[in-house]
Design a protein around this ligand. Sequence first.
Ligand SMILES: CC(C)(COP(=O)(O)OP(=O)(O)OC[C@H]1O[C@@H](n2cnc3c(N)ncnc32)[C@H](O)[C@@H]1OP(=O)(O)O)[C@@H](O)C(=O)NCCC(=O)NCCS
Length: 149
Amino acid sequence: MKVRDLNASDIPQLMALDAATNSHPWDISHWQHSLKADVCLGIDGNTELAAFAVAMKMVDEAELLLIAVQPKLQGKGLGQIIFNTLTQKLAKNGAQSLFLEVRESNRKARRFYESAGFAETGIRPAYYPAASGAGREDALIFAMMMSKA
Ligand SMILES: CC(C)(COP(=O)(O)OP(=O)(O)OC[C@H]1O[C@@H](n2cnc3c(N)ncnc32)[C@H](O)[C@@H]1OP(=O)(O)O)[C@@H](O)C(=O)NCCC(=O)NCCS
């Protein structure tokens, strides 16, 4: 599985995969900005984008903004492949730590992050609009130190 840098021509596929995996997907201007400013990686499937990962680098730390794998391809190691490539790239660019926020209810993602080496470091109460309907949901903050690649 080849991991590649993403560019503006990928936006339609990025928006489709984001919409399929995220209750509050990014709009086009968010993607346009991120593709210029952030580290954005993807894996091509047979007919569509199979996975993407987006991280914002800030001096010696980075934030994982989004990661997604096509629902029918989840659980086959693609998330791990793209995540490992992303952390190698961030570490080469000087990031020493990586953090992220995840919905408290997203058990699958929380398991994935724990396996990848993250530890829970905090909570942002009522950070997200609820995935289904009214109300708010807490964000858990996860962080990990990265070894130099
Ligand atoms: C979270 C998500 C990206 C994971 O991708 P995936 O391709 O399904 O995950 P993988 O198949 O690579 O991981 C599977 C296994 O490897 C483990 N793993 C992942 N990264 C690892 C790493 N670096 N080292 C060791 N193990 C790892 C996982 O915990 C999991 O273990 P399990 O088999 O015991 O469950 C995917 O489920 C997804 O797109 N979810 C919807 C979008 C989403 O919620 N994104 C996160 C928002 S915060």
